[in-house]
Structures are given as structure tokens and as C-alpha cells.
Design a protein around this ligand. Sequence first.
Ligand SMILES: Nc1ncnc2c1ncn2[C@@H]1O[C@H](COP(=O)(O)OP(=O)(O)OP(=O)(O)O)[C@@H](O)[C@H]1O
Ligand SMILES: [Mg+2]
Length: 500
Amino acid sequence: MDQEIVLQMRGISKSFPGVKALDDARLEVRRGEVHVLLGENGAGKSTLMKVLSGVYLKDEGEILYEGKPVEIRNIQDARKLGISIIHQELFMLAERNIAQNIYLGREPLKNPYTRQIDEKKMREDSKALLARLGVELSPDTMVKELSIAQQQMVEVVKALSVETKILIMDEPTSSLTKREIDALFAIVESLCAQGISVIYISHRMEEIFRIGDRVTVMRDGKYVGTVNVKETNMDQLVTMMVGRQISQMYGRPERRAGEVALETKDLTGLRFRNVNIRVRCGEIVGIGGLVGAGRTELVKAIFGYDRIESGKVFVHGREMKRHSPRNSVEAGIGFLPEDRKSEGLIQQQPIKNNILQASMKRYFKRGLVDKKAEKELAERYRGELKIATPDVTRRVSALSGGNQQKVVIAKWLCTENRILIFDEPTRGIDVGAKAEIYALIGRLAGEGYAILVVSSDQMELIGISDRVYVMKDGEVVGELGREEITAENIVSYAVGKEEA
Ligand SMILES: Nc1ncnc2c1ncn2[C@@H]1O[C@H](COP(=O)(O)OP(=O)(O)OP(=O)(O)O)[C@@H](O)[C@H]1O
Ligand SMILES: [Mg+2]
């Protein structure tokens, strides 16, 4: 491989009020390599990439680009150097179509004087870009009609629509299907062959070994080390990352399932049909299947976000008459959505308020919020889930992606609701915190909680579930008991037995 160094970041520091997000961070990237940036939630990965792409100004340190010192003061500076970023959280205008989002702020003009936009060119160029990535979407599709996975693909297309030398991908695959990931990786390979360098952030360890050339590990905003992928292994990386060894990822103590807490009878909605599932107290039930199989739609409908066309939902044997999130919460259900950004959190509110959002009623004293109890509770969950923040009165938007996910979990834990539905609970969560969350889910089940988990992560489903339903094209096509939960069984149902 070409060993030419295109980028060096040295001694980079960046503080936010009360947090030193970067402390003498370092990174060196070669031409045409996939350089993985690894670290726990809150380690500073996104912040370092935001410094590189001109979103944040660094406090200290220097950046050398092709051997020469450069100042990156804003996004335009970065863009001029050929640095593009796909952010961890999606930024899309829902009310515009795909082409308009790809060319947002730099639309091709038909006439520079009237500033009339060349819609036709925009559409055709977008179409070509989408085709290049193998994304089967029309440039005219409105973004609000896209799934998160599809929006993520559009973000990739958008980043590649400008001349790029360094492409930063901050967790690009967290909600893509296997086929979409394969398409993305093929693109990454061809970009590297053209001499483009890719800085890749992911919590999926297996991806590092699949596409990474080198890995830089960060911890607490500091540089830990850089290793060649060929000369390392999972254990070494995890140890570098968390500073200790993780012995047990999934532990499944013996549990006894009790009465049925949640049940559906022939439930039919927009993207699922005739679903009959059951979750008992003290049981963790997984729903497997491919992205697009209707799993998210099903759980959203059960919780009352989406319409139910026919069929019934029973909670502790009682039929739910009117479906709405509010009624579901009243009935004792909690829901952790897939898209935490828009559905799980109020970004501009303090962490504390978000944690207490669903259980406010319990903390009212004579019409006033019991401030002390409120703070104590928020603090307790900060500790228990290791939410990385100096202060729970900070805004949620200041937390790293993985830590935001923990806040959503905390929110439901402090309600008294004992039926919890988790849609992709550990997406974007680092290995250390994952182990903590699995332990926590297991503990809750041990205390009698009924837990329904949708997950695309096979290891996760296999590791934590007592029972798994597999969905395909909107229907439950298989049910696996504890002993039958294997990757082969899940996949063979998910793709249809004959094809497997
Ligand atoms: N805008 C901000 N204001 C205040 N604090 C921030 C801001 N952005 C990040 N931080 C803090 O800086 C630290 C590093 O966050 P960063 O987002 O870089 O982590 P990360 O490594 O990307 O984590 P994750 O894997 O969870 O995405 C965290 O403690 C975070 O709370
Ligand atoms: Mg991040």
C-alpha cells in the first residue's frame, strides 16, 4: 500500500463547559487507507472529526494536510481541502426530496443572474450518484418517506457528491441492511483504490476486521495508540478501548417466566399482518428479521404510534381499547424507539428532564415538581448507566450519540412501567456499555419485567433472548425457543426457508 501520509492531527484539545472532550488527541491518516477510529461512548471520536471537518474550532493543536500546516476554521475550509463528513446523527430536510437534500446549499444554477436552480441537472446528477451506490431510490422521493436506513444511504451519496480526498464516516452502517452494508463497503473499497482515505467510526467490531487497514483507539479524549488491523485482535482492541478486559458480554441467568404481560391477536397494520405474539413477565423476547421485515412498524403500532387496522392488543389480559402512546404508557408499557433523535428525546431540554419525561407525575408535590427527588433520580441513572456528563442539568444535545441512547433507556427505567419494548437498544453503543445494558436488561427480566426487543444484531438476539420470533415481509414466520436460537435458524426464517 502507498504509505504517503495525507493527514496528521497533533496535540488536539477541545473543551466544552465542564468537559475536556479532546486532550492531546492524535491521528495520522495515509493515502487510500481505511482508518478506523475506535473508543467508548464519549471518548471524543465525533468531536475530533468535527474539528477536522470545520464544525468545531480546536482550542489547541495542529493539523498538517499533505505535510503542510492548515487552518480549518469552518466547513468551507474543510470542503476546499476535500474533507467530507457523514455525521452520526442524520441531518435531512424531511419536506424536501432526495435531490434537493443532496445539493442543499449548493444547487446547480441554470442562470447565475436570476439564481434559477437547474432542477433537471440536479435530478439527473442525483440519479447517477444513487445508481453508482446501488441505491434503488428515485431522486424525487421525499425524505420524510424514507426509512432511517435509506436516509443514511442518501447521506453517503451526498458526501460523495463533492470532490473528496478524505471521507469521514461516523457510524454509517448503524441502521443499514446487510445488502446495503455490502454495497457501502464495495464503494469504500473502490474509493480507497482511487486514493481516497476513509476515516471510519463504528461500534461494530467485526467491521473493523472486514474493511479497516489501521485502527486508532481513543479513551477519555486522549490518544491511546494506533495498530495495524492485521496485527491485532478483538481482545487487544477492547482492552485498549476500555482499559480493562471484558470477560462476559452476554450472561443469561436462569429465569422463570410468569403470566402473559403483552399479547397480540391477529394484529394487522400498515406493514404487518396477522401477528400473534406473547411476552411473559420475566421474559426477554426478541424479534428478528431483516430490516424492512416490518418489525419496527409492528412495535410502533403496539405502542400506539402507528395505526392498527385490525386485531387486538392485550396488556395483562385486558384488551387495549384505544391505541395511543399515552394510553400505552398508562397501561404500563415503555417504548425505546429506533430513532432516538426525533422520537426518544427532547434535544434542547436538560438530561434530567429527559430522564424524567415519562414519569413526571410521580414527582409532583402539591402541584410542584419535587426538584430534589428529581435530581436524585436523574443522578442515580447517570451513575447506573454510566452516562458520561459532568452534570445532568446539561442539554441532551451535548451528549455523545451513545450516551443519548442511555438517556432514553433511563427514561423508561424510572417509570413504573414493567413492559418494555426496545427497538435496536444498543445501536451506536460501545462494547463496554453494551455489556452493561445487556446485564441491565437481564436484571430487569429477573425482576419480572416483560421485555420485547427488536434487533438486527444477531449476536445480541442470540445472547439475550429467551425466545425469538422471526418476521419476514410483515408476517411472523417462525418462533424459536431458547435452545433453537441460532444464527442459522434466524437467517433461514428471515430470508425464507427455501432460499436459505
Ligand atoms: N456540543 C457539545 N457541548 C458540550 N459537550 C459536548 C458537545 N459535544 C460533545 N460533548 C462532550 O464531549 C465528549 C466527547 O463526545 P463525542 O461526541 O466526541 O464522543 P464519541 O466518541 O463520538 O461517542 P459516541 O460513541 O457515543 O458517539 C462527551 O463527554 C460529550 O458529552
Ligand atoms: Mg460519536
